[in-house]
Every structure is written in C-alpha cells, then in structure tokens.
Design a protein around this ligand. Structure first.
Ligand code: ATP
Ligand code: MG
Length: 335
C-alpha cells in the first residue's frame, strides 16, 4: 500500500503570536518519531509518503495518491478542535485514515465536556469547575470548593500548562494560577479536585473488540506530597519517574480500570488506539482524568513504553493501529 503520514513537527511550527507559553509546541513530534513510524510501516512492505502538516499537508494530500493516511497530526493553533483538522480534510476528500474521527478528537480535547460524558456513563471523575473568564472566576463560591485543586487549561495535552506548582491549597493560589493560565493559554481553565493516589495510564488498541495493551503505574522516584505528572516530569522522565507495567494494584482496582477504560473508549467512540489516565482515590476508586484518542507514538511516549513492557515491539504496535483502521476500509487491502 501507499501510506501517507500526516504529522506536525516541533521544528516546522512558527507562529506570529506574541507571548506564547514556553510549552506551546510540546505536543508536536520529533523527526525521529516520524522515521520510527515510517520504518515500521515500510518493513511491512508499504511505501511511505510524507505529507507533513498544516498548509503543506493540504498541498501534499491534493497532489499525492495514497491508499490510507496514518495520522498523528495534532493540528494547528490553540483551537479545541485542532486534532480534528487533518481527519476533517481527509473525510472531505474521502481518503481513509487511521485513528478517531473528527468529532471524537474534538470532544476529547475538551476535558470538561469529556468528563460530563463519562459521568453520564457511570465512570467516576473528580469534581471540577470551569471558568471561562475573570468574571466567572470572581463568581466562584470558594466555600463550596474542596481543596486541594489542580488548575489546568481545559483544552490541552502533553501536560501543557500543568506544572509542579499547579496545585492550589487555597483560594489565593487557585486565583493566581487560573489568571496566569488564562493569560498564557487563551482558553477556559479547569479547577479539578486533586486525587492524591496512584497514577495509572491505560493503553487500548483495536476495535473489534478493543483490547487493553496494559495498565501502567507512574511512580515518582522521589516521594512528594502531591505527585503531578507535570510538564517538568514528562520532559525529564528518565530521571524522575519509574514505569510499572503491568501495574501492581489489587485485582478489583485493576478490573474496574479495565472496565471503565473500555467503557470510555466505547462511549466516546474512539478508534484504533487510545490512552486513558486515571488517579486512584483513597477510596480505591479509579478516577478518570482524561482520554487521549491520539496518543503519542514516539519512543518516549507512554503507550509505546507500556507496549514494550508488555512484550510488544514498536513495529507491532504501529501495525496493530493500521490493521485496526484497515478493518474499516477492506478495499484498501490489496491481495
Ligand atoms: N484531578 C487530578 N488529580 C490528580 N492529578 C491530576 C489531576 N488532573 C491532572 N493531574 C496530574 O496532571 C497530569 C497532567 O494532567 P492531564 O492528564 O489532564 O494533562 P494532559 O496534558 O492532557 O496529559 P497528556 O500528556 O496525557 O495528554 C496528570 O497526568 C496527573 O499527574
Ligand atoms: Mg494526561
């Protein structure tokens, strides 16, 4: 097959906007990740066409003839639907692609909306409130809020805007962090109940049925009162965390994580692959934090680390994502 690769490289992005946060391009990929995916697909006998991202992608996809696009494009700008940009263009052109559809990608980047949907499905998630502007912040009834809170941008990933100092133990700190995020990220801010317990992330691959690749616990190398898998930690993960996969947790907790992960994958209509984050409460309940229907596939990404710990190869993971997508497009598969 001729497989197009759509992606956004950190180095390719420039923006005219002043006052961009230092982590503005955190979610974009390194060339090594593109090479890594391309070689996995080439080893399976495919021809790879690099389509790039942004305007370049539009020019390339109109010119090139591909059977399917392997999409890892995060999209441009700070729009909450940015991950839907490339899949939307592909649907407009009727070109097959891997991964979730535009609606799923747009919904899941909106954390408060996603939390409402998983709550409807009976999945536990920490209490939260969202503030869109200073007026809404001024109207918060702080006496009804249980601290500590974690304060984070409503439409981000890769821990953009989530720092070691994102925890608020009182109103003053919550207001300070919120105002700072509003100014830097130009989007609503979530104030969410901080769940102190273990952090796990769950990988899912496939559709019929979707299967759990692994449940991985993220353990800080140094105990802190409030562990946050923050931007600082993700950038220096080799020194700051250990990954335990499979996670050594009690079976009832693991069972509930599995059930809730598959339920979230299904109700949000994810496809092909996904990663979901939970924190385990003192009550033993796994609390849904957020879901990534377009999880990173670099060798430093949680899904890849987890898959390798569970005995997969990176190539097998990439091929499993492609195979899952191809079930939707049997006409793509030659011979
Ligand atoms: N309610 C919470 N309770 C405890 N920790 C939290 C909570 N919300 C976020 N965190 C911490 O902050 C980290 C980043 O938050 P979150 O997963 O929402 O951000 P993200 O940018 O979407 O992450 P990703 O890199 O997985 O896309 C979490 O992995 C967790 O360590
Ligand atoms: Mg996360």
């Amino acid at each position: 097959m001729r497989i197009g690769l759509s992606y956004d490289l950190k180095e390719a992005i420039t923006s005219g906007r002043a006052n961009l946060p230092e982590d503005a391009f955190e979610e974009y990929d390194y060339p090594a990740t593109i090479n890594y995916i391309a070689s996995a697909l080439e080893h399976a006998g495919n021809t790879i066409v690099r389509l790039d991202g942004g305007r370049q992608f539009i020019e390339n996809i109109l010119r090139e003839k591909v059977d399917i696009v392997f999409n890892i494009s995060e999209g441009r700008g700070t729009y909450r639907s940015r991950e839907a940009q490339v899949p939307s263009i592909l649907e407009m052109l009727d070109i097959p692609y891997t991964g979730a559809d535009p609606e799923c990608l747009a919904v899941c980047l909106d954390k408060p909306l996603t939390k409402k949907l998983v709550t409807l499905a009976g999945i536990a998630t920490p209490p939260w409130l969202t503030v869109k502007n200073k007026n809404e912040l001024d109207s918060v009834r702080w006496n009804e809020v249980a601290f500590p809170l974690i304060v984070k941008p409503a439409f981000e990933g890769s821990s953009k805007g989530v720092r070691l100092n994102s925890i608020a133990n009182d109103k003053e700190k919550a207001v300070e962090v919120t105002l700072n995020l509003m100014e830097l990220y130009h989007q609503p801010v979530m104030l969410e109940g901080f769940v102190k317990g273990d952090e796990v992330t769950v990988g899912i691959v496939g559709n019929s049925p979707p299967g759990v690749v692994g449940i991985m616990r993220i353990l800080p190398k140094q105990q802190t009162e409030h562990f946050v898998y923050s931007l600082e930690v993700k950038r220096d993960w080799q020194n700051l965390v250990d990954y335990e996969c499979p996670a050594c947790l009690d079976k009832p907790i693991l069972d509930r994580i599995t059930t809730d992960s598959l339920k979230a994958f299904t109700i949000l209509e994810c496809r092909d692959f996904t990663r979901i984050d939970f924190r385990i409460g003192a009550d033993g309940i796994p609390y849904f934090i957020e879901i990534n229907p377009l999880p990173g596939l670099g060798d430093y990404s949680d899904l890849v680390i987890m898959a390798i710990k569970m005995g997969w190869s990176h190539e097998a993971l990439i091929r499993a994502v492609l195979s899952a997508a191809l079930e939707r497009y049997p006409f793509c598969v030659q011979e």
